[in-house]
Design a protein. Structure first.
Length: 412
């Protein structure tokens, strides 16, 4: 056989290459199949092993006793960590606030706390309650200090509305409108009756109101008091829509009712002293049966009460509820007004008819806890008893003198 040709050599080489690649593919396929078979077998073994372990755990749980809930809570790592953090935080704050010499006291308090069996939450709640009690006591102390007669003065700006001239004056915070008007009248060089002033655009007419005491109504740093001259009585008549001081409004009230409500003694005196004023209006009753004296007793204006009594005001006049000025003063607890009424002949007995629906002044004072009024009533009763005893003694002495004279005349 002769040497191979070039074409036959190429064909043989190609055939050998194809055979080699086929052999390699077969070997790889065999390896994959072996690996997949081994993996399936391994996974089956693992599943069986896990099932066996689960069954063993269930048997152990059934055989073991039931766990204590408290122990589980104590063994909970998150709960323990939270308690530990809170305790460490509170302890750190206490150490930061405490002085070096007080650290030993803090340790002693901690030991005492543990001995008493108190939890950290209970101790915190106790401290918060003590803090609230201390704040409440402090607020009460502030209110008590405000109620006391503490005379605080401040500089107030006065502005003349006509000339725009300003003045500074040192005034007490407890000054009322009437006294403030008198103070301003010194700068205005006019009578208090002819002076009108306003604060924040509001005309001040209530004579007993203390405007400078309340920071909401007056701020000495920002607000000013504007004043001007004017006839205050005419302004009251215009505001109440009354033509003269003898006219009445739709509630059957005269100007005397309104000036008494405002507590303005100067205007009240001007009205009752005016020659054109009808004296019968002093005891004029409105639709509720109240006179000017009733309103003065309700508000507690003892000086106006005395002025009306001097002007022949009736202290026994009853309103539609059968209440006299004495009853109203007793109900509202105005001791000075009660004193003025009792000294001017007012009675404290029950109303005519002695009906249980209309008790006397003593019952009103006792029912409402008006100790000042009760004191005035008891003092008036004591004075009446003393006067009765004195009158009886005087009568006995006069009778003895008359008897002695008769005996002397008989002997003669």
């Amino acid at each position: 056989m002769g040497p191979p040709t070039k074409g036959s050599t190429k064909a043989d080489a190609k055939a050998e290459t194809v055979a080699a690649s086929t052999k390699a593919d077969a070997s790889a396929t065999h390896k994959k199949a072996s690996a997949s078979a081994g993996g399936a077998a391994g996974s089956a073994v693992n599943v069986a092993k896990q099932k066996r372990q689960a069954k063993d755990k269930e048997k152990e749980k059934e055989a073991a006793p039931a766990p204590d809930p408290a122990a589980l809570k104590a063994s909970d790592p998150s709960e323990a960590a939270a308690k530990g953090k809170a305790k460490a935080k509170a302890k750190g704050k206490a150490k930061a606030k405490a002085k070096p010499g007080e650290q030993a006291d803090g340790a002693a308090e901690e030991v005492t706390l543990e001995a008493a069996g108190m939890t950290l939450e209970e101790e915190i709640a106790k401290q918060l309650k003590e803090k609230e009690d201390a704040e409440y006591a402090e607020e009460l102390a502030k209110l008590d200090a405000a109620d006391k007669d503490v005379d605080v003065k401040q500089w107030v700006t006065l502005l003349c509305d006509a000339t725009q001239e300003t003045n500074k004056v040192l005034l007490s915070c407890k000054i009322n409108v009437d006294d403030l008007r008198r103070s301003i009248s010194r700068f205005a060089c006019c009578k208090p009756r002819e002076l009108v002033f306003s604060i924040k655009g509001h005309e001040c007419v209530e004579a007993r109101e203390c405007l400078l005491k309340n920071p909401k109504s007056f701020d000495a740093e920002k607000d000013v008091i504007r004043w001007w001259r004017g006839d205050r009585l005419k302004r009251v008549l215009k505001k109440r829509q009354l033509a003269t001081m003898n006219n009445l409004d739709k509630m059957e009230r005269s100007v005397l009712h309104f000036v008494c409500m405002d507590g303005d003694y100067d205007l009240t005196e001007e009205v009752v002293r005016d020659k054109n004023f009808k004296c019968s209006l002093v005891n004029k009753q409105d639709v509720f049966g109240d006179t000017a004296l009733h309103y003065a007793c309700i508000m507690g204006y003892s000086d106006i009460v005395e002025l009306l009594l001097d002007s022949k005001g009736d202290p026994e006049c009853q309103n539609i509820n059968r209440r006299t000025p004495t009853h109203l003063a007793s109900e509202h607890g105005h001791g000075s007004v009660m004193r003025s009424l009792l000294r001017n002949g007012a009675t404290i007995g029950s109303n005519p008819g002695n009906c249980w629906k209309y008790p006397n002044a003593t019952w009103y004072a006792t029912h409402n806890g008006r100790q000042k009024v009760i004191k005035e009533i008891e003092q008036k009763k004591a004075e009446d008893r003393a006067m009765d005893e004195l009158n009886a003694q005087m009568e006995a002495e006069l009778a003895a003198i008359a008897a002695a004279k008769e005996d002397d005349s008989g002997d003669d």
